[in-house]
Design a protein around this ligand. Structure first.
Ligand SMILES: *[C@@H]1O[C@H](CO)[C@@H](O)[C@H](O)[C@H]1NC(C)=O
Ligand SMILES: *[C@@H]1O[C@H](CO)[C@@H](O)[C@H](O)[C@H]1NC(C)=O
Ligand SMILES: *[C@@H]1O[C@H](CO)[C@@H](O)[C@H](O)[C@H]1NC(C)=O
Ligand SMILES: *[C@@H]1O[C@H](CO)[C@@H](O)[C@H](O)[C@H]1NC(C)=O
Length: 440
């Protein structure tokens, strides 16, 4: 099944959801939260109120940089994720009641949302169906990282909790707690997005499991080792793909120079945060449907912070205006990507261009990213949401993404259950076809 067909199917299913409507039933009955679990939950209106020390203590090195205190706190302090943008932080801490002021056993980054923007797990059709049936959908509860379609654990557990059974008790009780929180506050639903694959089983029924697709590049050669270099990677491709890749790379004008900057190199270019912001802004504007989630001040502070050690910029500039060895000037940049590298994963985040050269996009978003990944012996490239077909044709393989959803309204809950089943079937077909396609 092609992507086009897959999207048609989804559209069709969305239509069914709306046309047949939903039973006008009342709120679902909730199971009583189990009283046996010895955990104490607390809601915090900001990352700052939990405190960096507590947050750092649950954010071990193995976790995503996007669940770090620095990243989430910066989103809040620069007003990107705030009540006025429809993101009200309600971060949850889990503790044992025994000690007076215990450091948390776990933290769950959490928000109430008054819309569905910036989530990248698209529940707008559910919101529309709710609307058509006079069910309030917003506000809803969302446990996720704002504006960041990256899979990672969402229940951040203190490394002292080493027993697997206690870890799953904590996750299970978080799942229960969030449903109770929705009920007690008359919120429509709970959504836990971009869960790690091991976490999803801790969100059992009444949660629905949703599967979505992303495309990742995995740095494993056919012999099982990492690729030695980019040409080694090229030789692993089927000739048709290799030829088209080479052709696309050659389409970049020789006047355009591509550079990769990290950490201090980025910090040493005056005004670069503003160019990053403008590149990001240009893409949101061109797409015509996105929202500007990030502010210039967010990028300025992020670049100035320690987080910059994880940032990789791939920039294109015109060599006619620049001596090869002259230091890079922010004003010479014509296109680029903002990426984050951590734990051997290259996360492609934002792309932008001040020119309209089609192949420049493939170069800075895909090929240079794969090249960087191979050169630095990283494990994979996760280029973010969207663009499936483009990415597949350029070396990225489909992978399943997980989310969990609990809807209080019984009728809507049933419809959403059917929706995610249907969607899962379409995705299985896409995965099956692409894998066969690969083998042939
Ligand atoms: C809860 O929400 C429903 C609509 O979804 C509304 O009719 C009802 O009045 C609300 N109850 C409270 C206590 O706010
Ligand atoms: C974790 O262990 C360290 C020492 O092993 C201890 O000082 C700390 O209080 C413990 N933290 C928690 C949350 O139990
Ligand atoms: C790339 O790796 C291959 C081995 O896979 C090697 O033969 C080749 O010389 C390398 N090319 C460069 C430019 O290092
Ligand atoms: C740029 O610098 C390199 C060495 O860093 C040197 O070999 C090259 O000649 C320089 N190019 C120009 C145009 O000065």
């Amino acid at each position: 099944m092609s992507y086009k067909r897959y999207h048609e199917l989804l559209q069709f299913f969305i239509l069914i959801l709306v046309l047949f409507g939903l039973p006008q039933s009342t709120t679902a009955l909730l199971p009583e939260p189990p009283l046996t679990k010895p955990y104490h939950f607390q809601i915090h209106q900001s990352a700052a109120s939990i405190g960096q020390k507590n947050w750092d203590s649950v954010q071990t090195n193995n976790l995503s940089p996007f669940t770090s205190f620095n990243y989430l706190h910066l989103l809040e302090s620069t007003g990107c994720a705030s009540p006025s943008t429809g993101w009200t932080p309600i971060h949850v801490t889990v503790s044992t009641q025994s000690t007076p002021s215990p450091p948390p056993l776990a933290i769950v980054p959490c928000y109430t949302k008054s819309h569905s923007f910036g989530e990248f797990i698209f529940d707008q059709p559910w919101a529309e169906a709710a609307h058509d049936n006079n069910i309030n959908y917003y506000p809803k509860i969302l446990a996720a990282i704002p504006f960041t379609p990256v899979s990672s654990p969402k229940v951040l557990i203190h490394p002292n909790v080493t027993s697997h059974s206690e870890q799953s008790n904590i996750r299970n009780s978080v799942a229960d707690y969030l449903t109770t929180l929705a009920t007690n506050n008359n919120l429509s639903s709970v959504h836990v997005n971009f869960l790690s694959s091991s976490e999803i089983k801790s969100f059992p029924s009444p949660y629905h499991h949703r599967t979505s697709l992303q495309h990742h590049f995995t740095n494993i050669s056919p012999t099982g080792s990492k690729f030695h270099n980019f040409s080694h990677y090229l030789t692993s491709l089927k000739s048709k793909r290799r030829l088209s890749l080479n052709r696309e790379r050659r389409k970049i004008s020789p006047q355009i120079r591509i550079d990769t900057l990290t950490g201090k190199e980025i910090q040493s270019v005056p005004g670069i945060h503003d160019v990053i912001y403008k590149l990001y802004e240009s893409t949101v504007e061109k797409s015509g449907k996105g929202r500007l989630y990030f502010t210039s001040s967010f990028f300025e502070k992020l670049i100035a912070s320690e987080f910059c050690n994880n940032v990789v910029l791939i920039i294109a500039r015109s060599t006619s205006s620049t001596d090869e060895n002259e230091s890079i000037k922010a004003s010479d940049i014509i296109a680029g990507t903002f990426n984050v590298v951590s734990n051997n994963i290259f996360y492609g985040r934002y792309w932008g261009s001040f020119t309209s050269q089609k192949y420049l996009h493939f170069e800075v978003c895909y090929y240079s990213a794969i090249e960087y990944c191979i050169e630095h012996q990283l494990d994979k490239v996760e280029p973010g949401a969207g663009g499936g077909e483009y990415k597949f044709l350029r070396g990225f393989e489909p992978v399943r993404i997980h989310s969990a959803h609990y809807i209080r309204n019984e009728g809507l809950n049933k419809a959403v259950g059917e929706f995610v089943e249907e969607e899962r079937r379409s995705i299985n077909e896409v995965m099956g076809v692409e894998h066969e396609h690969e083998k042939s």
